[in-house]
Design a protein around this ligand. Structure first.
Ligand code: IPM
Ligand code: SF4
Length: 463
């Protein structure tokens, strides 16, 4: 009887050469235009080919305009997209460029194609690679020199991460979503609770989440300082993957599922760290500060920094409130907003758009509010249009955009103006993230939609 965590089991299966940092085999390497150019340049200079081009898949997501233009107005962004195209062509790597049916945010297209699979190792030059962990994969972000190493060898030198268990007990109450759960766990544990670990999310409330909800949760594991997060695969995982274009078929499918069923932590596995969170009393949340751990219930108030005993925390809270332009004690429901962004690899999948559209059907955004819906991929956009969601959004006064990272990080030009307040379904509310001086409040898609209608923070139940 072993006492291994799921992370250790998957890791062990991938060790090519043990060491202080192991050399591990990488099953899937995802690429985008922002973090890959130098890695390809390094290979070229060294005269080395890409070792396993068939195990790499690239997409254009961060730089792409989402307003229908064919090229970014920024010359640097246009160049980056062209360089990715050239690198993929020269190295025989599958690319989903702007405008193509498979294009989308890298963390949205991997799962939707059935490329993201249980028990695999997945890397990408992007911190939110953790999203893929929802399928029971070890998936984490890497730096440029590591991208080059993976391209050249299909392996990576990496320290085995410590396993952390985040056990979510109880049941999510109606109205509370996976995003609220992620924000709740972050508020409870803080943004360093998982530093250096790989978090296994488990417990009944996690099992009850859809695959898309699990992706939202794992996406935000990195905001707890973790290298990544994962969820052991189960029937929900298999049902999601079955029939996807790149998923195994026929006999291979049956074999794969039989193998995937063995992927779980042993009952008495030892975790380096543990956090237990009760989902039973969770309500929709909204961030008030400048890190994702600083959130309160939507029916709460802006906290008072003076209540913090720790001087460092107090100073950080004061600084956050100054940046956010908020006064302690203000009910969040009285805080007016200028922009609502529904998108990003956290919340731009079809269930997210359905949740937002359900709230917006037959309603209008408040006067003066700008609303943007940016689907995570061309496929999500297409599915949404088939269901008529695009018409719900446009009738409500939202802009219906082309897929990409967009206002999550603002490098494609979709930004929030200085001093403006944005209710955003993304994962980071750092200073300047959505534009210089922009004030970001992280919320779920349902809360974002209700907030757009009310013009101030609101939940669907408030409308
Ligand atoms: C541009 C990219 C490397 C970056 C990341 O690593 O996460 C971005 O996706 C982000 O979310 O800030
Ligand atoms: S959507 Fe945002 S968080 Fe996700 S990869 Fe793009 S920029 Fe990063």
């Amino acid at each position: 009887m072993t006492r291994k965590t799921l992370v250790d089991k998957i890791w062990d299966l991938h060790v090519v050469e043990p060491g202080a940092a192991d050399l591990i085999y990488i099953d899937l390497h995802l690429l985008h235009e922002v973090s890959s150019p130098q890695a390809f340049a390094g290979l070229r200079e060294a005269g080395r080919p890409v070792r396993r081009p068939a195990l790499a898949v690239a997409t254009s997501d961060h730089d792409v305009p989402t307003d229908g233009r064919e090229l970014p107005s920024d010359a640097g962004a246009a160049k980056q997209l062209q360089v990715l195209t050239d690198n993929c062509r020269d190295n025989d790597i599958e690319l989903h460029p702007m405008g193509s049916p498979g294009q989308g945010i890298v963390h949205v297209i991997g799962p939707q194609m059935g490329l993201t699979r249980p028990g695999t190792t997945i890397v990408c030059g992007d911190s939110h690679t953790a999203t893929h962990g929802a399928f029971g994969a070890i998936a984490f972000g890497i730096g440029t020199s590591e991208i080059e190493h993976v391209l050249a060898t299909q392996t990576l030198r990496a320290r085995r991460p410590e396993s952390m268990a985040v056990t979510v007990t109880g049941e999510l109450p109606p109205g509370a979503t996976a995003k609220d759960l992620a924000l709740g766990i972050l508020a409870a544990g803080g943004t360093d609770a998982g530093t250096g670990t790989l978090i296994e999310f488990r417990g009944p409330a996690v099992r009850a989440l859809s695959m898309e909800g699990r992706m939202t949760l794992c996406n935000m594991a990195v905001e707890m300082g973790a290298r990544s997060g994962l969820v052991a695969p189960d029937e929900t995982t298999f049902a999601y993957l079955k029939g996807r274009p790149r998923a195994p078929r026929g006999e291979l499918w049956d074999q794969a599922v039989a193998e995937w069923r063995t992927l779980c932590s042993d009952p008495d596995a030892v975790f380096g760290r543990e956090l237990v969170f009760d989902a039973g009393s969770l309500v929709p949340r909204v961030t008030w500060g400048t890190n994702p751990g600083q959130s309160v219930p939507v029916d709460g108030v802006v906290p008072d920094p003076a209540d913090r005993a720790d001087p460092g925390e107090r100073a950080a809270a004061e600084r956050a409130l100054a940046y956010m332009g908020l006064r302690p004690g203000t009910p969040m429901r009285e805080v007016g907003i200028d922009v609502v962004f529904i998108g990003s690899c956290t919340n731009s999948r079809i269930e997210d758009l359905r949740a937002a559209a359900d709230v917006l059907r037959g309603r209008r955004v408040a006067d003066g509010v700008r609303g943007l819906v940016v689907p995570g991929s061309m496929l999500v956009r297409h599915l949404a249009e088939q269901e008529g969601l695009d018409r719900v959004f446009t009738a409500a006064g939202f802009e219906w955009r082309m897929p990409g990272c967009s206002m999550c990080v603002g490098i494609n030009g979709d930004t929030v103006a200085p001093g403006q307040r944005c209710a955003s379904t993304s994962n980071r509310n750092f200073e300047g993230r959505q534009g210089a001086g922009a004030r970001t409040h992280l919320v779920s898609p349902a809360t974002a939609a209700a907030t757009a209608v009310a013009g101030r923070f609101a939940t669907p139940a408030d409308l």
